[in-house]
Design a protein around this ligand. Structure first.
Ligand code: NAD
Length: 310
């Protein structure tokens, strides 16, 4: 079997087109234009590129943006006071603090300070808790962007995920844990592997759905992959080119081997990555719609087409 290559770039373009339509509807019906505020602390070049891309793509779907760039040595209190101001600003619907933050800043305190209704990354403990609950209404809320994108790709491939064995490699708050929660909500039987897992090849071999988010290049060997499995490779790893000049980006999965066994597989780059930013825009539109409905409870306007995975 040779796997179908899942085109995340193309899927993300379709999602952005739908979001642009949703932004237009919201504006026409309520006069509200969703606004995303980004906060970047320090000078990490990769983070600067990510934040710029997020703002550019938000603008391209018709959203407003507001970018805050703070110096590396900023006091935590000053960052918290900026977040407080954005929380209170009725024109701002989404707040994104680019991670990682400098060491002297307490990341958890910063994430907790964001109004959960504007937490478009879905990292606030309230949003984490809602995702972990079996209240399906919670799925109508904010879901962390990368796992949301993975679920969209899986639902496109499979329709229902009910009863399938899903293995998630990696248990970070950003990817692995919320991914496992979403798969559970979709009625999969879910296993979570991590750095201390002893029987990774056996676990992977039982997976109808494999999501790898370890950040370990070449971790998943093709021979481990169950014939016909769907493989979603979240890993983004920079490795040196074979000729010793420069570097390239690869995932966690040995792609050439795995594609001979899987029924569908995401490439790196061009798989999950493009979905992540598109899902951030989806969350910003969702947040703007929900805030508008909260402020005007009698309004007819609701976000249409909210993705449901269960
Ligand atoms: P993280 O370092 O916070 O977590 C990595 C997880 O993988 C940990 O739970 C760890 O226990 C596990 N792990 C590491 N090595 C392992 C091994 N050899 N065997 C089993 N488990 C192992 O990383 P993260 O933030 O969750 O990101 C994971 C990867 O996904 C990174 O490569 C990151 O760049 C990438 N990522 C991609 C996107 C995207 O949009 N495509 C978004 C976020 C993260």
């Amino acid at each position: 079997m040779v796997a179908r290559i899942i085109d995340g770039k193309q899927r993300a373009a379709v999602l952005r087109r739908d979001i642009a339509i949703g932004v237009g509807h919201l504006r026409d019906e309520t006069g509200i234009t969703p606004k995303l505020a980004t906060i970047l602390v320090g000078n990490d070049p990769a983070s600067a590129i990510y934040v710029r891309r997020k703002a550019e793509q938000a603008a391209a779907v018709g959203m407003q943006t507001e970018s805050h760039r703070l110096c590396e040595t900023i006091a935590q209190a000053e960052l918290l006071s900026l977040i407080d101001a954005l929380n209170r600003d009725g024109a701002v619907h989404g707040i994104l603090v680019q991670l990682p933050l400098p060491q002297h800043i307490d990341k958890a305190a910063v994430l907790r300070a964001i109004d959960p209704a504007k937490d478009v990354d879905g990292f606030h403990p309230i949003n984490v808790g809602l995702l972990a609950s079996d209240d399906h209404a919670a799925l109508d809320r904010i879901i962390p962007c990368t796992p949301m994108g993975c679920m969209m790709l899986l639902v496109d491939e499979l329709g229902s995920l009910e009863g399938l064995n899903a293995v998630v490699v990696g248990c970070s708050n950003i990817v692995g844990r919320p991914m496992a929660q979403l798969l559970l909500q979709a009625r999969c039987t879910v296993s979570i592997a991590h750095i201390h897992t002893r029987n990774l090849p056996d676990l992977v071999a039982a997976a109808d759905i494999l999501v790898s988010a370890a950040g370990a290049p070449g971790l998943i060997k093709g021979a481990w992959v169950k014939a016909g499995a769907i493989v979603i490779d979240v890993g983004i790893n920079h490795v040196p080119n074979d000729d010793g000049h420069g570097s390239r980006i690869v995932g966690d999965v040995c792609f050439d081997e795995a594609k001979e066994r899987a029924s569908a597989i995401t490439p790196v780059p061009g798989g999950v990555g493009p979905m992540t930013i598109a899902c951030l825009l989806e969350n910003t539109l969702r947040a703007a719609s929900a805030l508008q409905a909260r402020d005007l409870p009698n309004s007819e306007t609701r976000k249409k087409g909210t993705p449901q995975f269960a």
